[in-house]
Design a protein around this ligand. Structure first.
Ligand code: APR
Length: 168
């Protein structure tokens, strides 16, 4: 079993081997958590991202952390919510799966996720939290690792807390 941890506040305050960015396919930065990560990491990050783009939804690209070092950054692109009938859940699940696979491939112990897609991309918080927690709790590569869910706003805090309670 992984250790599933709820962190109330910014992803940037989590000490983990990896922080996950909720990016867009260009990987060139944006608002929300993406903007916060790029600001904290510094201008070298966008240069490191440029050759790794485009990143299709559900996939992951890896960079060093620059100003956020020694943490690595896993950039993943969540689905844009379009009512739920356009494969959004599968894409969101793939974001978490692919990050955990990459974590294990690098033999790292801990990872911190934001609530991917629940901001600008409009994914409902409760449904997103259910997918995040279910995938992470069950993924074979998650076993023995620390998985932190950063809840930046009250809605995601409540949604993630409820999803985590359902798994204990
Ligand atoms: N730490 C943790 N979570 C944060 C932080 C932070 N510092 N800042 C924002 N968030 C939360 C938001 O509250 C939201 O719940 O991250 C969640 C995801 O929201 P967005 O950052 O808007 O990401 P997403 O919905 O996946 O949309 C991606 O937004 O900025 C752009 O370039 C990004 O185009 C892409 C899109």
């Amino acid at each position: 079993m992984p250790r599933l941890i709820l962190h109330s506040g910014s992803l940037l305050d989590v000490a983990a081997d990896v922080i996950v960015n909720a990016a867009n396919s260009t990987l060139l930065g944006g608002g929300g958590v993406d903007g916060a990560i790029h600001r904290a990491a510094g201008p070298e990050l966008v240069e490191a991202c440029r050759p790794l783009a485009p990143c299709p939804p559900g996939e992951v690209r890896v960079t060093e952390g620059f100003g956020l070092a020694p943490r690595l950054i896993f950039h993943t692109v969540g689905p844009i919510w379009n009512g739920g009938q356009s494969g959004e859940a599968d894409i969101l699940a793939n974001c978490y799966r692919n990050c955990l696979t990459e974590l294990a491939r690098r033999n790292l112990a801990s990872i911190a996720f934001p609530a991917i897609s629940t901001g600008a991309y409009g994914y409902p918080a409760a449904a997103a939290a259910h997918i995040a927690v279910t995938i992470c709790a069950r993924h074979p590569h998650a076993a023995g690792r620390d998985i932190v869910f950063a809840a930046f706003d009250p809605q995601n805090q409540a949604a993630l807390a409820a999803a985590l309670r359902a798994h204990t």
